[in-house]
Design a protein around this ligand. Structure first.
Ligand SMILES: [Zn+2]
Length: 262
């Protein structure tokens, strides 16, 4: 699953390979043809914007919107370089003088005008981006606070509250901040929420820069916690039953010392 870190890194690679260039744009499957992506052929790509888990390719007044979902990917490389996936899986190819980018799979590839982009129900309702250059943990915490009755691990995945976090960094950020993903937003104090968000921002930025990060807790079910050796627990959470990993000792269900010191 492409989370915000993958999208940020991919946007950077796409922009450095193809930004400012006039591109040849080819629809390679029925979806791309239906989206009429060939209207972009011969246009100049101004920039590639990462927005949460979405990629927006700005070509003047037209925007190519790509979302990779669970299985989609972009290959960015030299023109003529061999594709890592079969051509039958390719949706669209963007080709410059020396570089080429191909989207394989995804759930989303479509073309939008600027007014359509502004009115788009998914894109216009995205919460503040955890990887925005002006990242502000207080603003993201305030957005989460609008859902006080939701569990933290569930709320972190709601792209309308905060954009960019997926199932991996949901668990990793809660673990790093030592906050239980099972606590309700309304019972967390501002410092705890901001610590989780700052951890998500930090871990995802490192992942975006280094491509690989060793996970501390994701898919570590039953293995000893790196801090306290307690076996890592895992269980489905939220309406979509997305798997959440946590350390029952380091991330207690109830805040310790909540009564304060006397
Ligand atoms: Zn632990």
């Amino acid at each position: 699953m492409a989370e915000g870190d993958t999208i940020l890194r991919t946007a950077g690679r796409l922009e450095s390979a193809l930004g400012g260039k006039t591109l040849r744009v080819r629809a390679l499957d029925g979806r791309a043809r239906a989206a009429r992506v060939e209207r972009l052929d011969g246009r100049r790509l101004e920039r590639v914007e990462p927005r949460g888990k979405h990629l927006l390719f700005h070509f003047d007044e037209l925007i190519l919107h790509s979302h990779l979902g669970m299985s989609g990917s972009w290959q960015v490389g030299q023109r003529g370089e061999r594709w890592r996936k079969p051509a039958s899986a390719a949706w669209v190819a963007l080709t410059g003088e020396s570089a080429e980018a191909v989207q394989f799979g995804g759930p989303t590839l479509r073309l939008l005008s600027i007014p359509q982009l502004r009115l788009d129900t998914t894109l216009s309702r995205l919460g503040p981006d955890v990887l925005a250059s002006d990242f502000d943990p207080a603003a993201l915490a305030a957005s989460l606070r609008t859902s006080p009755e939701r569990e933290l691990g569930d709320a972190l995945l709601d792209q309308r509250l905060v954009a960019g976090i997926g199932n991996i960094f949901k668990s990793e950020a809660c673990f790093a901040a030592r906050v239980s993903p099972w606590r309700m937003i309304g019972e967390l104090d501002g410092g705890e929420l901001q610590a989780v968000l700052a951890a998500a921002n930090n871990l995802m930025r490192v992942a975006a820069a280094e491509r690989r990060t060793p996970f501390q807790i994701y898919r570590h079910t039953g293995r000893p916690c790196l801090r306290c050796r307690t076996p890592i627990a895992a269980r489905g959470q939220g309406d979509a039953n997305r798997r959440t990993y946590w350390c029952p000792s380091c991330q207690p269900r109830r805040a310790e010392g909540a009564a304060g010191s006397s």
